[in-house]
Design a protein around this ligand. Sequence first.
Ligand code: EPS
Length: 390
Amino acid sequence: MKLRLLSAGESHGPALVAILDGMPAGLLLPVEVINKDLARRQKGYGAGPRMKIESDQVRILGGVMEGQTTGAPLALMIENKDHKKWQGKAIPPYQMPRPGHADLVGVVKYGYNDLRQSLERASARETAARVAGGAVCKHFLSQFGIQVGGYVASIGEVEGSFEDVPLSQRVELAEQNEVRCPDEAAAEEMVDRIREIIESKDTLGGVLEVFATGLPVGLGSFSQWDQRLEARLTTAVMGVQAMKGVEFGNAFENTRLPGTQVHDAIRLDGENLVRPTNRAGGTEGGVSNGNPILMRVAMKPIATTLTPQGSVDLVSGEENDTQYERSDFCPVPRAVPILEAVVAFVLADALLEKLGGDSLEELQPRFKSLRQAKLGDLNVDGQEHIWWPE
Ligand code: EPS
């Protein structure tokens, strides 16, 4: 592992902080690169009132001098504007845990005296820090022509349809509407569905897709289970609040088909070994195969509902309903830049492993010299070998 990304901070504390360690020197890093994704994370139909209070902007506290990374850890800070309303105030007790939230497991695990200590750190507010770190990773990958993007595929039972639209165009289309779905008609339906869900005091989940194009063959490894690229990407994606399922390519649909209809044929285009289809989702044997990485991610409806749910008052010891805590109604559109960020982190890490080096200047020629999936680049010799001599 070359890159590390850690975050700290509570939802209503003074600030969130990310430390991104391992970014090479020489990357020009305008602050707008980070602020743009922070702003994207704040927008999306179905957000709660908190997003009207915050206007997330990063302060770079370390790792950048004269606008360039130095190779030292990046320290990124985002202030919580809402903090002022909490500072010095007596906050009413919070004692009815929400089903589906970290409230209950937190007080059991850590022995807290109030559920707030669970929810403050478990809150998805923390994703602002990861988006800041991930935006740097996305920008780093873009120096090598690698694009990471995402969009919403479905919300509740409303599904978008965009099979024939190229991936980069899907992002452009998605950014034009407030639910980030590349299918405009479906996007309108999604907005209506979210409006209904808000009116009925409930929440709604959905499926997001996140992709990466322009990757070289050979990121990740089959030599050890935890080095497999799908394993690493899955860990990162499932580390995002409310994510409950993931598939690569059409993994679940593929289970219904025989192998000959699932695998991506290897064909020749000149001397290049090409893959006209991408049912695998961009990896084989835990290694990127040059096709776009394509992941589908299930996000659950979030746990905080205006309609009370069955719970127990942990102080009186009686069954009671949950108490409402301000929240989003459908944060699925807002999760797009978050998934992009965590995927970009894993891919930047895997690329750094592949290339080695401490500065962009060292990395760039190495990237150009990577072995490619073309006949002239390979060492396969057609000879008999004694692999295990006596
Ligand atoms: C969240 C609850 C809400 C969300 C929050 C995640 O916060 P608050 O209780 O302050 O209204 O707004 O998300 C963010 C603040 C954010 O920036 O995404 C939760 O309980 O997970």
